[in-house]
Design a protein around this ligand. Structure first.
Ligand SMILES: Cc1cc2nc3c(=O)[nH]c(=O)nc-3n(C[C@H](O)[C@H](O)[C@H](O)COP(=O)(O)OP(=O)(O)OC[C@H]3O[C@@H](n4cnc5c(N)ncnc54)[C@H](O)[C@@H]3O)c2cc1C
Length: 311
């Protein structure tokens, strides 16, 4: 049977989270269909037709699917779910809102945040904030999976032959939820989830105004900005920048944690970072146990010096 990947996209192209999910899907089986659902999203389908590993694109394009509201999108997936052995979505806010609805309505058990495919019915997933890895085998006929995107490489977009795009009937909206507005920070910086370098600030930054230090350092390095939950709760930055167990799970080449203590819930989000640098005035802060390099000092002195040194 075929495998269905549900695309997360921005109406222009699929997000990198979708490309990682396709790589995970390719380890579950061979015939992979990519569902692109939304409103005015034909361009996404066309742009995706050369993604390696997929065999077909299903395009459901209708106003009822605008903004990919999970209530409506779940109905769209349910309309075709019986044709598939696996349903996969990224374990981002998108997939986390969508897949439980689908699994509940199909009366199957979702396997969340898989980090490895051992066999088409057996997966690894982290538990206890990443402190243990569970191996989970499912006997459900349809397997509903969300994928930890940092654990799988991006599928490449370089197929020489474009796969066919099949238009499918879009479901009507449930009418239960309507899109009102979205508030997102407009930025030219790299996307936090996929950035190579991330500079993150914690409660130690002290104020929203002082978070400018993090922005300046990030700009020097061409980095994305992240934050601890305490910094988000204190209102220094919006919660889409939160890194950790209940925020974004990231795996940059370089992660610079400034004024962050290193709580387990924060570390859960940066475990896969290749190099971690910590700046903290408390030499006993737990972040130094995870850091490859540490600077003990007042961030208000250290960060301006770093910015100056970077020229
Ligand atoms: C269920 C659950 C889920 C959670 N999920 C997340 C999550 O996803 N992400 C997350 O981050 N947290 C999460 N938390 C919260 C987590 O437990 C911590 O409370 C939080 O990470 C602490 O943030 P912080 O390190 O910024 O603040 P603090 O722990 O207050 O640390 C501030 C640090 O700044 C240092 N500092 C202060 N002033 C300076 C200075 N001038 N110069 C240098 N250093 C300075 C201090 O020494 C201290 O180490 C979660 C908690 C729970 C219970």
């Amino acid at each position: 049977m075929s495998i269905l990947v549900i695309a997360e996209h921005d109406s222009g192209q699929v997000r990198n989270s979708t490309l990682s999910t396709i790589t995970a899907a390719a380890q579950c089986g061979e015939d992979i269909h990519l569902l692109i659902a939304g409103s005015n999203c034909k361009k996404v389908a066309e742009d995706s037709a050369t993604i390696k590993g997929i065999t077909k694109i299903l395009l459901a394009d209708a106003p009822s699917l605008d903004h990919q509201l999970p209530e409506n999108l779940a109905e769209q997936v349910l309309s075709i779910a019986q044709n598939y052995s696996h349903l996969l979505a990224p374990a981002t806010a998108f997939g986390k809102a969508l897949m439980p609805r689908i699994a509940a309505k199909l009366d199957i058990e979702q396997v969340s945040e898989i980090t490895r495919v051992i066999a088409s019915d057996t997966f690894e997933r982290p538990i206890y904030a990443g402190n243990a890895i569970a191996t989970v085998q499912t006997s459900d006929t349809i397997k509903a999976l969300t994928v930890r995107t940092t654990a799988f490489a991006l599928a490449e977009k370089n197929n020489t032959v474009a796969v066919p795009i099949e238009k499918i009937a879009a479901v009507a909206g449930t009418g239960k939820t309507i899109f009102v507005s979205a508030q997102t920070d407009k930025t030219d910086r790299p996307e936090l989830s996929s950035a190579r370098i991330v500079v993150a600030g914690g409660q130690g930054i002290g104020s929203k105004e002082n978070f400018r230090l993090i922005e300046q350092l990030a700009d020097k390095l061409g980095a994305a900005i992240g934050a601890s939950r305490a910094a988000v709760d204190a209102g220094y930055v919006s919660n889409e920048l939160q890194v950790g167990q209940t925020g974004k799970i990231i795996a940059p080449d370089l992660y610079i944690a400034v004024g962050i203590s290193g709580a387990v819930q924060h570390i859960a989000g940066i475990k896969d970072a290749k190099t971690i640098v910590a700046i903290n005035q408390d030499a006993d802060a737990p972040i130094f146990l995870s850091a490859d390099y540490g600077i003990v000092g007042d961030l208000n002195e250290v960060v301006p010096q770093l910015i100056a040194a970077l020229g």
